[in-house]
Design a protein around this ligand. Structure first.
Ligand SMILES: Nc1ncnc2c1ncn2[C@@H]1O[C@H](COP(=O)(O)OP(=O)(O)OP(=O)(O)O)[C@@H](O)[C@H]1O
Ligand SMILES: [Mg+2]
Length: 256
């Protein structure tokens, strides 16, 4: 007769699974992604059912690695893990200061990263609630953010706008402008790093990602970043064959 599976068995099984996958991932992305606290955080998220499996790196960036994972119900999720060793703390400090949502007094790098991740999570929530198509945020813990996976049903991640030949440029450009407007007027945030590098195309629809740098609209840097976002969009739209001026975009966004 089979022995009954207890709750702790299942948890241990999950932990072993993640440990096994860790050794696979380590070879690919370098062991600095999974320091002790990151692993403990992954175990915690596994025990809470948020991540059952981590399988495959989607992206290995300057500061964060994004993995494809699955939750307890086998629904695909994207897991963004910030590396404590290689993050740009100066930049993080610069953007977090002046944001009334955060009161970062500590000089601890880990603390700063945790707040950075929380900021991305909160920005995603605000955007999602305002009807902007972003990955649905699921949970943020320490240096790890779990969110909806953007891609097809076979598990292939969506491609960046800069890599895709847009078949419906006018529709896509207007959708993006509508989202920037909703971000500004309803979510009350500025993306701060908006360009074809942070927009995914899923089923011909734009999806805005990477809101870590996002700021509340009354932050002292908000205007400057909004201007930069708009400049980037003008260039990206031009590449798509759409001639939309900076002033036109500004008018559309702020209704001024
Ligand atoms: N929810 C998601 N679903 C599918 N793919 C995603 C998702 N989030 C991010 N990605 C992929 O991971 C890449 C990096 O994500 P993101 O832009 O959020 O990180 P980043 O901060 O730019 O990383 P870095 O600046 O360190 O390169 C994206 O370009 C995209 O290809
Ligand atoms: Mg990015």
């Amino acid at each position: 007769m089979e022995s009954p599976v207890t709750k702790s068995d299942i948890n241990l099984q999950k932990m072993r699974e993640i440990k096994r996958l860790k050794s696979v991932e380590d070879k690919r992305v370098g062991s600095e992604v999974f320091d002790r606290i990151t692993l403990q955080t992954l175990y915690k998220l596994a025990n809470q059912g948020y991540i059952h499996l981590l399988n495959g790196a989607i992206s290995t960036g300057k500061e964060a690695n994004v993995f494809k994972g699955a939750d307890e119900e086998d629904t695909l999720v994207a897991v963004k893990i910030y590396r404590v060793t290689t993050s740009d703390f100066k930049k993080m400090q610069y953007y977090i200061q002046g944001d009334p949502r955060f009161n970062v007094r500590s000089n601890s790098k880990r603390q700063l990263i945790n707040n950075w991740v929380l900021k991305e999570f909160k920005n995603l929530n605000r955007a999602y609630d305002a009807g902007v198509r972003v990955p649905k945020p699921i949970v943020a813990k320490n240096n790890i953010l779990v969110m909806e996976f953007i891609g097809d049903e076979n598990g292939t991640p969506a491609r960046l706008m800069r890599q895709v030949k847009i078949s419906n440029p006018e529709y896509v450009a207007n959708k993006i402008l509508d989202y920037v407007k909703k971000l500004y007027n309803d979510a009350k945030i500025v993306h701060g790093d908006l360009s074809a590098f942070n927009i995914l195309i899923e089923d011909d629809e734009p999806v805005i990602i990477d809101l870590s740098q996002g700021l509340v609209v009354d932050h002292p840097l908000a205007r400057e970043l909004l201007n930069r976002d708009i400049d980037n969009l003008v260039k990206d739209f031009k590449k798509m064959g759409m001639d939309i001026s900076k002033d036109e975009i500004k008018r559309k966004i702020t209704d001024l």
